[in-house]
Design a protein around this ligand. Structure first.
Ligand code: T4K
Length: 438
C-alpha cells in the first residue's frame, strides 16, 4: 500500500487547486484550523491502535449520522413563548401558516402543505393523486417510500438505479410500465437529484403521475431550480435527522392549488367547516411547536449548510489518500445541502468488507450506517411478494458497499478529521483485523 503523509497531500493539492476542488470545495489553507488539522494526520498518528484491536475508542461520546440540534435556540425559544402565551397549540395555527408561507418562498412553489411526518405526507399525496394500481419506485431508498404506497393499497414495482447518481433509472422505469401502472415515484437519494427530464418523459408517454420523494433534498437544486418544483408534487421529510427539521414533520410542495386545498382538508379529518366533512380525512396535522422549530431552523439553514460543507470538505481531505474508500462527490451542478457523508468501500483495496469496517467504526464510537442496505425489495413484505424474482444488480451492488459516515449539524470539522484518523488506523491494520475477526 502506498501512503502519503498529508503534508505531501497539501502540496499536491495546492499544485493544481482548480482540478482537485470543484463543486464549491476549496483547498485547505495550511494556516487555518482545518489546514493544521489535516497536517496533523501524519505517519506518527498512524501508529494508533484501532479500538477493535484494543486501542482507545476515538469518541467516548459516540458520533451519529444526523444527530439533530437547533442552530438558533433564541429564535426557537421566543416562538415557544409566543405559543404558550397564545394557547394555540395545534389545528393549523399561525406558526403552521407562517411555516408554509416561508417554505413556499424558499422553494418557489405556489403551495406547501405541512403534516406530522414525511411518511404521512407520502401517504396523503399518493392517495390523493393516484387511483389504485402499480407504482414504480426505486428499491434503493428508505423503506418508508414503499411502505407509504403499500399502506395505501398500491402495488410497489421496484426498478434499478443508475450507477453514477444512485437514483432511479428512467430506462428501467419505461420497461416496467404496463396497463396497471398509475404512477412513478423518483427519490433524490442523499440529495442527488433524479434524472427529472428522463422520468418526466416516461410519465408523459405512459400518461401516469410523476411524484418525488425529496426527503433528503431540502436546499438542493437542479441548476437554478430548487428541488420541490418537479413533477406533480414533491415530499420533504422534516424529521429530526434531516437538514431542515421540525422535530418530526413532512411537507408537500406543489404548484397545484386544488391539490393543496384537498391535502389540507384531508390532514384535518376532511373538515370543510364546523360539523361539515367533505372528504375522507385523517389527523395528520403538524403541532405548533414543530412549526416553530421548522421556522427557527429555516432561518439558519444557510449557516447549517455551510457547516455541513466544511465538514464534508474535512472528510474529503482526510479520506483522499486512503485507498479503497471513496467519498461520494457532490452532484456536478446545482446547489447541494452537504448533509449526508456517503462513502463506498472497495473490499479488495481497503482490505476488509464493508460490514467489518462498520463494526470497526462502531468500536471507535463512530456510528456509521449502511443506508439503504439491503434494498427495500429484500425486506418484508416485499421480499415475500416478489419471491426473490428481482435482480436489481446496481441496487444490490451499491447497497453492499455503501457507508454513511456521521454528518449533519452535530458533526464539525474536527470530528470529521478525527474520524478520518480512525479510518486511516483501521485501514493500516486491515490485515490484522481481518485475521482476528475470522
Ligand atoms: N423517504 C425517505 C427517502 C427517507 O429517507 C425517509 C426517512 C422518509 C421517506 C420518511 O420520512 P419521515 O417519516 O421519517 O419524516 C432515520 C429517520 O428516522 C428517517 O427519517 C430517515 N428517512 C432515515 C433515513 O433515517 P433511523 O431509524 O435509521 O434513524 P435513527 O433513529 O437511528 O436516528 C439516526 C441517528 O440519529 C441515531 O444514531 C441517533 C441520532 N438521533 C436521532 C434522533 C431521532 C439523535 O441523536 N436524536 C434524535 O432525536 O431512521
Amino acid at each position: 500500500m502506498k501512503t502519503l503523509c498529508h503534508h505531501t497531500m497539501i502540496w499536491r493539492i495546492n499544485e493544481n487547486p482548480a482540478r482537485q476542488y470543484s463543486n464549491g470545495l476549496e483547498p485547505p489553507n495550511p494556516e487555518t484550523r482545518l489546514g493544521l488539522m489535516v497536517r496533523s494526520i501524519d505517519h506518527g498518528k498512524r501508529a494508533r491502535v484501532p479500538a477493535i484491536l484494543g486501542g482507545d475508542p476515538t469518541f467516548a461520546d459516540p458520533l451519529h449520522v444526523g444527530r439533530p440540534d437547533v442552530h438558533n435556540r433564541t429564535s426557537f425559544l421566543d416562538r415557544i413563548q409566543a405559543i404558550l402565551t397564545s394557547r394555540r397549540f395545534t389545528n393549523d395555527g399561525p406558526m403552521v401558516e407562517e411555516f408554509e408561507d416561508r417554505l413556499c418562498e424558499f422553494i418557489g412553489t405556489r403551495e406547501c402543505v405541512v403534516v406530522n411526518n414525511g411518511t404521512t405526507a407520502l401517504r396523503l399525496l399518493f392517495r390523493t393523486v393516484m387511483t389504485p394500481g402499480e407504482v414504480i419506485l426505486p428499491s434503493f431508498t428508505f423503506v418508508a417510500t414503499a411502505h407509504a404506497l403499500q399502506w395505501e393499497g398500491f402495488t410497489p414495482v421496484f426498478c434499478d438505479i443508475e450507477t453514477d447518481s444512485w437514483t432511479i433509472d428512467p430506462e428501467c422505469c419505461s420497461k416496467a410500465v404496463n396497463d396497471q401502472t398509475v404512477g412513478l415515484v423518483g427519490v433524490h437519494v442523499f440529495g442527488t437529484p433524479c434524472d427529472t427530464n428522463g422520468l418526466a418523459a416516461v410519465a408523459r408517454k405512459a400518461g401516469i403521475s410523476l411524484l418525488f420523494d425529496a426527503a433528503h433534498a431540502f436546499g438542493c437544486s437542479i441548476g437554478g431550480t430548487p428541488i420541490g418544483r418537479f413533477g406533480v408534487a414533491e415530499v420533504f421529510s422534516l424529521h429530526a435527522t434531516k437538514v431542515l427539521h421540525s422535530f418530526e414533520g413532512g411537507a408537500i410542495a406543489t404548484d397545484d392549488v386544488e391539490l393543496a386545498r384537498t391535502l389540507r382538508r384531508v390532514r384535518n379529518f376532511g373538515f370543510d367547516d364546523y360539523d361539515l366533512v367533505g372528504v375522507l380525512g385523517i389527523n395528520a396535522k403538524m403541532p405548533e411547536v414543530c412549526a416553530a422549530m421548522g421556522l427557527a431552523n429555516l432561518e439558519s439553514l444557510d449557516e447549517v449548510i455551510e457547516l455541513n460543507r466544511r465538514a464534508y470538505q474535512a472528510y474529503d481531505h482526510g479520506l483522499r489518500e486512503i485507498s479503497g474508500i471513496r467519498l461520494r462527490p457532490p452532484p456536478s451542478s446545482g446547489a447541494w445541502n452537504w448533509h449526508y457523508i456517503v462513502a463506498e468501500i472497495d473490499e479488495e483495496r481497503f482490505g476488509m468488507h464493508r460490514d467489518l469496517f462498520i463494526e470497526c467504526l462502531h468500536h471507535e464510537g463512530i456510528l456509521a450506517r449502511r443506508y439503504f442496505y439491503p434494498g427495500v425489495h429484500s425486506m418484508e413484505p416485499y421480499r415475500r411478494n416478489l419471491g426473490g424474482r428481482l435482480g436489481l444488480p446496481n441496487t444490490n451492488a451499491t447497497a453492499g458497499r455503501v457507508v454513511v459516515l456521521p454528518g449533519g449539524i452535530s458533526v464539525g470539522e474536527s470530528n470529521a478529521i478525527e474520524t478520518c484518523e480512525a479510518i486511516q488506523a483501521i485501514h493500516d491494520h486491515a490485515r490484522q483485523i481481518a485475521l482476528t475477526s475470522r
